[in-house]
Design a protein around this ligand. Sequence first.
Ligand code: UGY
Ligand code: MN
Length: 261
Amino acid sequence: MGYRTNEMGYPSSILESRSRIERGNFAVIPPEGMVMNQLPGFEQCEMTILATPKLGASFVDYLCRVLPGGGKRDGFGGNGIQTFIYVMEGSLTVSIEDETFELTQGGYVYCPPTKQMTFENNSDEPAETFLYKKRYQEAKGYEPYVVSGNSNDIAGEDYEGMSDVNFKNLLPTDLNFDMNFHILSFETGGSHGYIETHYQEHGAILLSGEGMYNLDNNWMPVKKGDYIFMGAYNLQACYSVGRKAPLSYLYSKDCNRDVEL
Ligand code: UGY
Ligand code: MN
């Protein structure tokens, strides 16, 4: 265990936090409150577990800092579990069976539930990554496949008629997939067009900027490095307020499947 920000020792002031946990509804977890865990098979990896079923999510998100020489070499996912990795800083080698991907900042790999991914950091710098797993919801006649890309190479599109909000799909939008990863970027002053209220869940890591996020009608200040979980039917929308950078976040969203009873 240890603080993810590596700030050790006595507190410099009273103990306070922007963390807010409303199980099943929403959560905001700023970096100062994140702790690190050691997990089997993740060698030289500083793991922070974020959304889980205990929080009300149907998926698991992690921050995974892969130190030089570290990695997950015994396989992640498979046996019905699909996985995704995104490199926020540094570089990482990701493999799925006989395919290998050299990822740099913005690079990502999606691994279908029938396969496992492995990864290792062959560089001299730590690799800061965002990791995801979720049980795949099958649909007759559809099968997901390996996808890799770099979000910097995706131009994106205006979001719902607003030119100051950019929206990227990281995965194909066909019915083979039961989820997608997106990046939404709001220029300063940009916002959602309305407060969303939907069945789908999100786990979001804030990549840049500062904003005011409405979570179930609570306006919460958020910024780069924060993690937000938005559960099913959580009211959600934001304004970008930072002066230096757009408010931008990477997030998952379930899609393309009917509700199971
Ligand atoms: O895709 C979405 O549902 C997205 N607009 N939600 C969000 O940004 N909270
Ligand atoms: Mn949404």
